[in-house]
Design a protein. Structure first.
Length: 67
């Protein structure tokens, strides 16, 4: 299972170890929630919206999801 904090391996390392299936478990959800908390905290604490500079556009997201 991928997504254990500070105990992550690359795909290449997992393949070399003989792993046949990689599970993301809740890691992608937790990554998304981390971004949400950081963005909301910035807006609440600083009154700024710098997180927008790091966001993916709707077009980019649609293209990614189509793959």
């Amino acid at each position: 299972m991928v997504g254990i904090r500070r105990k992550s391996f690359s795909v290449a390392e997992l393949v070399e170890a003989g792993v046949k299936r990689i599970s993301f478990a809740s890691s992608l959800y937790r990554a998304a929630m981390t971004g949400l908390v950081q963005a909301a905290s910035e807006a609440k604490q600083n009154g700024t919206f710098g997180y927008l500079d790091k966001t993916i556009t709707t077009a980019e997201l649609s293209k990614f999801l189509a793959e």
